[in-house]
Ligand binder design. Structure first.
Ligand SMILES: [Zn+2]
Length: 348
């Protein structure tokens, strides 16, 4: 490597530190650790450092100008709320309006259960004014993520009656996908409203009005799903998926549930035993269509479809928003359409 190139790399390291260091005045041991990790990332190959992400404060600066609410305190700097995944971010934005900057740690389309926080994620946690998580063991990475953050954390499933997982190693543990019930979503929204009001008391009326309007929309989608899925004849009321992520939805709308694995894990494909059990179940019950989720491989479920003589009914969305389903309510509507179309296709 030439001297010139070395110099160039050093200045890149300095500029990376410049960006990261600016907001902090106190360097704790944890921060030193993070900075070391950041140094390794800059000095080594970037591919070893996870996805490139904007530096800590750039998004704040980019989002601030036209957002200053009428009665915001300070110099237009909005409070910053981090959520663990995109669905919580969307719900939170619906309640927060423009008063608060809301950022999701995991990105659209990401696998969220076994996510590995990056050094920049950990730094963002330190800069947050509030962190919102799902709980019910969804974010297995969460305690590591918050261990050095002083931001208060609020668990949005507080007050929700969990449905327990029936099968495999997770048997008896709560199913984390509580948001897949619109009725539960109303509890999430109330928990968000309270947390934002604690954070920004001057916004209480705004948050209340936004939460009321959003809750009304959620109830409408609940009624819509109830009507749509209620059209399914009794012998087609079965939802077969890769992850057992639809227990709350199946409960709400009277569907039987079959799945390859209970909760997404590293292996993520379905074991031969799991695939065999679902093939047998689909055959025995004459289920016409099976589904898989957008964030996991569908290979195992395609095998189920082929061997059980069922259709592959399409991808469902559950753990993450995407271009296809940019909001939580879009996600629910889309899933209901795909389920209904898959299970009624070819119906006499
Ligand atoms: Zn999941």
């Amino acid at each position: 490597m030439s001297m010139n190139k070395n110099r160039q790399q050093n200045s890149e390291i300095r500029s990376a530190f410049g960006v990261i260091l600016v907001p902090h005045t106190v360097v704790t041991p944890m921060k030193m650790l993070l900075l070391s990790a950041a140094l390794l990332c800059v000095a080594g190959t970037l591919s070893a450092c996870g996805p490139a992400e904007p530096a800590t404060r750039t998004t704040t600066q980019g989002a601030t100008p036209d957002a200053a609410p009428d009665d915001a305190s300070g110099a237009g700097d909005r409070p910053r709320v981090l959520t663990t995944f995109t669905i919580l971010a969307d719900m939170t934005r619906s309640v927060a309006g423009d008063r608060i900057e809301v950022v999701s740690i995991t990105k659209p389309g990401a696998e969220i259960h076994g996510y590995q926080p990056t050094p920049s994620d950990l730094i963002r946690a330190q800069d947050a004014d509030l962190i919102l998580n799902n709980g019910l063991n969804l974010e297995r990475w969460f305690s590591r993520f918050t261990q050095d953050s002083e931001a208060p954390t609020v668990t949005l499933t507080e007050g929700i009656e969990p449905v327990n997982i029936a099968a495999d190693a997770y048997a008896g543990k709560p199913n984390p996908h509580a948001w897949m019930s619109p009725k539960n979503a109303l509890i999430y929204v109330e928990n968000i409203r309270r947390a934002l009001t604690d954070l920004d008391p001057a916004g209480a009326d705004t948050f209340q009005a936004n939460a009321d309007a959003y809750a009304k929309q959620i109830r409408e989608v609940d009624r819509q799903l109830s009507t749509q899925l209620g059209q399914l004849p009794p012998n087609r009321r079965a939802l077969v998926t890769c992850e057992g992520a639809f227990s709350y939805l199946a409960r709400d709308y009277g569907l039987k549930e079959l799945y390859l694995w209970p909760v997404n894990a590293e292996e993520g494909q379905g074991t031969p035993r799991q695939i065999r059990a679902v093939i047998d179940g689909v055959r025995a019950q004459g289920i016409p269509a099976v589904f898989c989720e957008s964030t996991v491989p569908d290979k195992g479920m395609r095998q189920v479809a082929a061997e059980a003589g069922a259709r592959y009914g399409g991808d469902l969305h559950v753990d993450s928003l995407s271009d296809e389903v940019p909001t939580y309510l879009d996600l629910l509507r889309r899933d209901a359409e795909v389920i209904l179309a898959g299970l009624t296709e070819g119906q006499p």
